[in-house]
Design a binder for this molecule. Structure first.
Ligand SMILES: O=C(COP(=O)(O)O)[C@@H](O)CO
Length: 260
């Protein structure tokens, strides 16, 4: 019997959609029935997190926040605590997105603190890692990713690792100026990430950590990534911002799947 992997397909709305637009999108997604074995999710801005999570409670589409602080509370103006994210009804929290590392001083150390805090609060962290163009050009992709991964997971109990999501998102592949990574390159990088996870936690656990690819994913290329052995899903930005596009992208990925 062929065992089919669970496929995670999510979209990060980034700084798009005010509360009204986000709510309308959530209402449109409420009736969406995910194909067997597919876990769709959306990552919303904080201003609509609670409303979107409330509309999608019990639906097939999971909801996440784009960031959080690691402390429970305190004098951290402008920040949102893990408890607040949880109380808003989020299932997932994005941690270490390259836009936060690049523009908001997120470091491997803060990412590591946030990983443990998210798990303590029953949130599923979606850890983003990725090398810059400069690191890619210097040929240190594997070293960069291994460092980011080992520090981020340093304080995470091995038993918790299958409950997290990891997205490999090369910085040079993200956004309007980015170019999608070659499928072969993603396959090779993901095999390396799998090896690092197995080194950290042993094969039984390392093999069960979902690894997603993100960066200029489109309806046309998504399925080629997901058909690779160590790619358990895709994390999309622009190609998932409209609900019909997001649903179509999921359909296109599923067309590729072999029957169980
Ligand atoms: O940043 C991401 C990719 O954005 P694209 O617009 O798909 O290049 C990733 O976090 C998913 O949002």
């Amino acid at each position: 019997m062929v065992t089919r992997k669970t496929v995670w397909i999510g979209t990060n709305w980034k700084m798009n959609k005010g509360p009204a637009e986000a709510l309308a999108a959530a209402e449109a997604l409420k009736a969406y029935r995910a194909p067997d074995g597919v876990k769709p999710f959306i990552i919303t801005p904080f201003t609509s997190l609670q409303a979107v999570a409330s509309v999608l409670k019990g639906a097939d589409v999971l909801v996440g926040a784009q960031n959080m602080h690691w402390e429970e509370s305190g004098s951290w103006t402008g920040e949102i605590s893990p408890g607040m994210v949880k109380e808003c009804g989020a299932d997932i929290v994005l941690i270490g997105h390259s836009e936060r590392r690049q523009h908001f001083a997120e470091t491997d150390w803060t990412v590591s603190r946030k990983m443990s805090a998210a798990l303590r609060h029953g949130l599923r962290p979606l850890l983003c890692i990725g090398e810059s163009l400069e690191e890619y050009d210097f040929g240190v992709t594997a070293e960069t990713l291994s460092r980011q991964l080992k520090i981020a997971l340093h304080d995470v109990a091995h038993a918790d690792l299958p409950n997290i999501l990891i997205a490999y998102e090369p910085v040079w592949a993200i956004g309007a100026g980015g170019r999608a990574a070659d499928t072969d390159c993603v396959a090779k990088v993901h095999a390396g990430l799998r090896a690092v996870l197995c080194e950290i936690a042993g094969k039984d656990i390392g093999d069960r950590v979902p690894l997603l690819y993100g960066g200029s994913v489109t309806q046309d290329n998504a399925r080629s990534y997901v058909s690779q052995p160590n790619v358990d899903g895709v994390f999309v930005g622009r190609a998932g911002w409209s609900v019909p596009d997001f649903e179509k992208l999921i359909d296109r990925v599923i067309e590729e799947r072999a029957p169980a």
